[in-house]
Design a protein around this ligand. Structure first.
Ligand SMILES: NC(=O)c1ccc[n+]([C@@H]2O[C@H](COP(=O)([O-])OP(=O)(O)OC[C@H]3O[C@@H](n4cnc5c(N)ncnc54)[C@H](O)[C@@H]3O)[C@@H](O)[C@H]2O)c1
Length: 239
């Protein structure tokens, strides 16, 4: 018996990195997962994990990507217990003075589209089903959700916004839906950069990051659980 037996999960950013690792653990604990990613890598994740995972290749910064994911869970398993909004991109810790005024609006739209709009769209798409199941939302924030120096100003502002979403959703959906956030520190993934800042898809989150750590080095293997902090259980107020 697993801790997540009978739990149906919609999980974004499941094709690589932290998402892939956590989905693997969720399945080992008995969950069944709609694994969503813009990358075809999510199809490999499903092939590796078997019938417990249904892949959806979609851009989560779009409404249609999120409704497709939610509908896939409902069509396949009839309910949604958990929505995990984990997909994200970085700005490679680019300082403001190194972004031109012409680049900034496009980079803002791209990065906030994935890091902030996407979890809002995902929660909205799954909301009726989550209320029906008295389910749960988990959003991936960051060390940068509460601190400077975890990214550039675009990434830091976007992850502070994720913290705000967690607080607001916990308030709005209590007592029907529990809302939590997780804040990874540094995990050795290849977190994708922002295309409108000319950052390559293969940029590594570790590039330059080690220099900012007190130990000057980070763990090289991805642990199954990388979360360093957890915020906010939904208040249990009667409705
Ligand atoms: N790696 C770290 O050190 C670190 C630290 C703090 C927070 N985080 C956060 O953890 C989360 C996961 O990042 P990761 O490090 O595993 O990176 P990753 O790049 O390995 O995984 C992110 C996944 O999101 C997917 N994705 C990106 N844009 C998408 C879109 N528009 N639609 C659908 N899928 C999309 C990518 O294809 C990728 O598979 C992100 O929210 C990131 O901000 C990571």
């Amino acid at each position: 018996m697993g801790a997540l037996d009978n739990q149906i999960v919609v999980f974004t950013g499941a094709g690589a990195g932290i998402g892939r690792s956590v989905v693997t653990r969720f399945v080992a604990e008995g969950a069944r997962v709609v694994a969503v990613d813009i990358s075809e890598g999510v199809v490999d994740v499903a092939a590796e994990l078997g019938d417990a995972v249904v892949p959806v290749v979609a851009n989560v910064a779009t409404w249609s990507g999120n409704t497709t994911a939610a509908q896939t869970a409902l069509d396949t398993w009839g309910k949604i217990d958990v929505f995990v909004g984990n997909a994200g991109i970085t700005d490679g810790a680019r300082g403001l003075e190194d972004i031109t005024g012409e680049q900034l609006p496009k980079a803002f739209d791209e990065l906030f589209g994935v890091n902030v709009l996407a979890p809002m769209l995902g929660v909205r798409a799954c909301l009726d089903a989550l209320v029906a199941s008295r389910g749960s939302v988990i959003l991936t924030g960051s060390f940068a959700s509460t601190n400077a120096a975890g990214g550039g100003s675009l990434y830091t502002a976007s992850k502070h916004a994720v913290h705000g979403l967690i607080r607001q959703f916990a308030y709005e959906f209590a007592p029907d839906v529990r809302v939590n956030g997780v804040a990874p520190g540094v995990a050795p993934t290849r977190l994708r950069g922002t295309e409108s800042l000319d950052q390559a898809i293969t940029d590594s989150v570790l590039d330059g990051t080690d220099r900012a750590l007190p130990t000057k080095r980070s763990r090289r293997s991805l642990p199954t659980t990388v979360y360093s902090r957890c915020w906010h259980r939904a208040p249990s107020r009667p409705r």
